[in-house]
Ligand binder design. Structure first.
Ligand SMILES: Nc1nc2c(c(=O)[nH]1)N[C@H]1C(S)=C(S)[C@@H](COP(=O)(O)O)O[C@H]1N2
Ligand SMILES: [Mo]
Length: 444
């Protein structure tokens, strides 16, 4: 096992990869272009109270530009696994071994389903690090791995991998039940990852309130039940174990917290979301994991924008976004049958008055600008004109108003006497104090 390819140099891969590369010239990195540029220029740096160092390993964004690996170590986010497997496919031989240090208990099976060969060694990273900048990893806690064959035996490839870590000074534990070890770490992750995001604080905060203890027990209890159905028996005192492990890392956040703060997607679908999914499959109720999944998505997923949504913002206390269903459920007295203003057409509109009732308007708001999705066309009306004449057409023949007809939301202003105010593809309704941008032609 001579040539090693590290896939990803994030908080986990960066740390372990740099340590492996320090002692071994045959360690190269497959990186995204942004990280690649940084590593090519400045190397890969680990900053740690235990000693900082920089390595300059071979790196590329295409694995074909590197020496063919005997061992590939995956440390990318669980949601990037499929993309990465496609990327490394050209360099896989029938001997390549893949070690995964990724979160989630189904990673090994996902790899096997794609590669269809006994190529996987399971792994777990025990580490707390953060990406400070591309190619710069700050190390805070731990830094060990546990690895194991899925069948539990001590294969020569397993021992060879353990040697690589040991030569690099990384504690490497061999486990004869890697699936169980992964579920145990899953229990910890499923408790503290979402809770640190919800409370916007470190793990100790979630741990210390006496009423949290019962909640932690319930979260873990659901996971233990699901794991048992997946034929992975966990200890009866699993929740106590999770609490005990946390005492020595009280001051940390979690990777989900860091992903959230850095604006990255979280791994929630592979943690609590996966527990919920398996629970549904086995008929095991997982109400707390369902709730944690939904709340984390609500907190961390960016507000939807783009076609299908209209946003009211500007001089309002809080911006709001509405889709067709939300508009259709606004009070009936603001709804309009568009055949009354567009003879022969069957459809629905909402009076702008009804839309402007939703957000609290800022004091002094007196104009409203209707912006098209392309950002190029807009019409600014006085607040009074908008309330009096404005109708947003949102449905034609019981379907969304088609793009060809100026959908999904089109402003019409029957009675205003200005066809140019028929803004097609309205994406944003901006309330302003004073006039807003108006691109209506003057000569129409
Ligand atoms: N998004 C967008 N909406 C728009 C325009 C435009 O260029 N972009 N032109 C306006 C003008 S000047 C007129 S007269 C009407 C024309 O609408 P029609 O193409 O349905 O006849 O749309 C108005 N709405
Ligand atoms: Mo126009």
């Amino acid at each position: 096992m001579k040539q090693i390819l590290m896939v990803g140099a994030g908080s986990v891969g960066g740390f372990f990869g740099a340590h492996l590369a320090k002692a071994n010239p045959n360690v190269s990195f497959l990186l995204r272009p942004k990280t690649l540029a940084a590593v090519k220029q400045n190397g890969l740096t680990i900053r740690s109270a235990q000693g900082s160092f920089t390595v300059h390993p071979p790196a590329a964004s295409d694995p074909r530009d590197l020496v063919k690996p005997d061992l590939i170590i995956l440390s990318v986010k669980a949601y990037d696994l499929d993309e990465v497997l496609t990327q490394i496919k050209p360099v896989l031989t029938d001997k390549t071994v893949i070690l995964t240090l990724q979160n989630g208990v189904d990673t090994e099976d996902r790899i096997l389903a794609r590669v269809q060969r006994d190529c996987v060694v399971g792994g777990i990273a025990y580490i707390y690090t953060k990406i400070a900048a591309p190619g710069v990893i700050d190390h805070y806690k731990k830094g060990a791995v546990a690895i194991g064959e899925l069948m539990g035996h001590q294969s020569s490839r397993l021992l060879a991998i353990a040697d690589l870590f040991k030569q690099a000074g990384i504690p490497c534990q061999l486990t004869d039940d890697i699936r169980r070890s992964k579920w145990e770490k899953m229990c910890w992750n499923c408790v503290f990852n979402p809770l640190t995001v919800m409370i916007d604080d470190k793990v100790a905060k979630a741990l210390d309130h006496p009423e949290m203890l019962g909640v932690i027990h319930q979260i873990v209890g659901e996971i233990v039940a699901v794991a048992a159905s997946a034929k992975v028996p966990l200890a009866a005192d699993m929740a106590e174990k999770v609490v005990r492990w946390t005492q020595e890392i009280r001051d940390i956040h979690t990777s989900m917290y860091d992903d959230w703060k850095a604006g990255r997607p979280t791994e929630i679908d592979f943690l609590n979301g996966y527990v919920s999914k398996l629970g549904r499959k086995f008929g095991i109720p997982t109400p707390l994991n369902d709730m944690l999944t939904a709340v984390i998505k609500t907190i961390t997923e960016r507000e939807r924008t783009g076609p299908g949504l209209v946003r009211i913002d500007g001089a309002v206390v809080q911006p709001v976004s509405l889709d067709r269903a939300a508009i259709a459920s606004l009070p009936a007295d603001h709804q309009l049958d568009i055949s009354t203003v567009m003879p022969g057409m069957q459809g629905k509109g909402i009076r702008v008055e009804g839309l402007l009732d939703i957000p609290a308007l800022a004091i002094g708001a007196d104009h409203v600008t209707f912006h098209a999705l392309d950002g190029n066309y807009s019409a600014c009306l006085t607040l009074q004109q908008a309330r009096e004449y404005g109708v947003l057409v949102y449905e034609l023949n019981e379907a969304p108003l088609p793009d060809a007809k100026g959908g999904p939301f089109r402003l019409v202003t029957p009675g205003l006497g200005d066809l140019c105010a028929n803004v097609k593809g309205v994406a944003r309704i901006e309330v302003t104090i004073g006039t807003g941008v108006d691109t209506r032609p003057t000569n129409c």
